[in-house]
Design a protein around this ligand. Structure first.
Ligand code: 13P
Length: 286
């Protein structure tokens, strides 16, 4: 099973109440390591790219990497553009071949966000692609996008109206979650997930996955969080693994880049595989 539409992955996970890890990669090494983890775990996976990562590598080159690395892959995988407030950048990624996008209009008045999201959904459909939507900013700055101030949560009727009128495929509500490292255990409004899903069965994206507990994950996944975003955990593993290896290299006075890549890849792959198992997605490939 090669690259599949994002909706196919999240709808199954939503129906069977497991979570698909949606992991932000930052370069070729991390993309390959996350895909290798999915293959090893027989798990579906969503590979995500921030706008910053796409800009740093270039959309065409990043997509060529994706194509090369997923050619002949035997588990369902999908490429997603994470938080993107830039309408033209959304079009660029859809044109290039991304399977789905998160149009982040959360800083706009809901009416304006809704109008633009309707337009994004129409454009995505023309490419056979899917759309995640949000109406409140997720707390925390992720690759230069966002704010540390907690956004005001919209009412249930406003959220439902947005979901229904836009026709989005995945919804990302604020529930007390945050990007980055939690300074204290987050108080999550799990009931909000249940309320939305009861009124409008739609796969929910859980942002700010790094640092949540197993109990929080399993509760939220059982309520309908079918897409579970992990970014900071990868960045930390990548940097710490590199640092540990380089300290050892300095001690040994041995400077061999491929050994560094091998060590970091193994740690990133282990981190990704552990999340796939925690979310109940391991062994779910079709
Ligand atoms: P973390 O950085 O907390 O893992 O959150 C990731 C995320 O939600 C990406 O959109």
């Amino acid at each position: 099973m090669p690259v599949v539409p994002m909706k196919e992955i999240v709808d199954r996970a939503f129906g069977e109440r497991y979570g698909v890890a949606a992991i932000n990669v930052v370069n070729d090494l991390t993309m390959e390591a996350v895909l290798a983890a999915a293959v090893e775990e027989r798990s579906p996976v969503i590979v995500q790219t921030s706008v910053k990562t796409v800009r740093s590598i270039g959309a065409d080159l990043l997509f060529a990497m994706w194509r090369g690395m997923t050619a002949g892959i035997e588990v369902p995988v999908s490429l997603h553009l994470d938080h993107c407030p830039d309408r033209e950048f959304i079009s660029l990624c859809l044109r290039t071949g991304w399977n789905s996008v998160l149009f982040d209009g959360s800083r706009l008045p809901v009416e304006e966000n809704l109008r633009l999201t309707v337009d994004v959904v129409a454009e995505a459909r023309a490419h056979g692609a899917h759309v995640e939507g949000e109406i409140e900013a997720i707390t925390g700055v992720e690759d230069d996008i966002g704010s540390d101030e907690e956004a005001k949560r919209q009412s249930l009727p406003v959220a439902l109206d947005f979901i229904r009128k836009t026709g989005i495929d995945v919804f990302a509500p604020a529930i007390g979650n945050a990007h980055g490292v939690y300074r204290a255990e987050p108080h999550l409004d799990a009931q909000r997930v249940s309320d939305i899903v009861a009124a409008q069965p739609i796969p929910i994206a859980l942002h700010g996955g790094t640092g949540m507990t197993d109990a929080q994950f399993s509760d939220l996944i059982s309520r309908g969080c079918a897409k579970v975003n992990i970014s900071t955990a990868l960045k930390i593993v990548y940097m710490k693994s590199s640092l540990a290896f380089l300290r050892g290299a300095e001690e040994r006075d041995t400077w061999d880049p491929p050994s560094l890549f091998t060590a970091v890849r193994a740690d990133v792959k282990d981190m990704a595989a552990a999340h796939m198992r925690r979310f109940g997605a391991a062994g779910r490939a079709w």
